[in-house]
Ligand binder design. Sequence first.
Ligand SMILES: [Zn+2]
Length: 393
Amino acid sequence: MTGSLDRQKVAAARLWAATHYPYLASALFASRVIPTPGTNAVAVDDRWNLYVDPDLVGQWTIEGIGGVLVHHTGHLLRDHAGRARALGVDRKTAKEWTLAADAEINDDLDEDLDVPGTPVTPEALGLEAGRLAEEYFRRLLEHDHDQECECGSGADGQPRDWDQGGPGVSKNSAHLLRCQVASEILREFRGKEPGAMPMSFVRWAEEFLNPRIDWRRLLAAEIRRGIANVSGKVDYTYTRPSRRASVTKEFILPSLRKPIPDVAVVVDTSGSMSEKQLGQVLAEVEGLLRSVGLGKQRLRVLSFDADAHTVQRVSSAKQVELIGGGGTNMGEGIRKALQLRPRPGVVIVLTDGYTPWPSEAPRGAQVIVGLIGNGDWPVPGWAKVVRIEEEAA
Ligand SMILES: [Zn+2]
């Protein structure tokens, strides 16, 4: 029979959760508790309301309820409802989505928690750990599954008739809560041994605060823009005869063809970056340049530390022998690159950023800095900066 809700037990469970997962506290306490008899569920909606069946609260232990609260916080922080809607999840596929979302949360969290029932894990679903719900969902749609769980519309984005419990947390407040919790998680993680807290939360927090944008796309866009800017400038001077042109008879232009500017790459070979790392990035840059129509012979690479040791015109990044080591000065590298003839219109600098820079932009050349690694060194505002993430091994 349905009884009244033991609010003290729910409060104790929430306190248990906040004590064991202090970095989740602000999220845990943001939810309003709404009794929903007869649902046989403890669930959340996407406005962070928490619906609890009083009977389940009566049956479960404080730790069990606390564990479910921590789990649901995972749904809310990760915006599983919004992601489900973005993916077009409907009533028919809501079950698979919830399983997928659960697998994303429970990844390594289930070892910590003593939740009622069998937790859904990637392992239990026969899937690889550490992936996103979207990927699990796609895989789960290929087969039938008997496992089922009710986490609410906060997990699958499908409203229930029992979860219309008021305004709850607004979209803006939810965003602020996510920001706050993500930084709490990372602060906690900094002081801990790996393995001392669920990595699924740490991964989420890192991803949330530093969304990964594919650096190749950014770098390609910057290179395209740099080339367009420089060839645009050349085109401009071609269309308006300069004063010099009027007095110099031999200054005759055959056409208004836009030339593709020469590109030079300055590579930082100081000790802090591995040759393998540089080689990989250089190969990517070479591919990007080819994709924007630069012939192989145009690419010149200067490997650089205290002095530019080599100036090479190479046909393949693989041919570049990176030599050097010791101090770096990319300002000197850029200067040397601009002394090359033909003079490059675009200079791409690949560096970890630990280098002095010229205070002013070099004239008539676009400088794009590919910043490799996680260093936090200042790069001058006149350069276009693309952060190049280290690839996971
Ligand atoms: Zn769930």
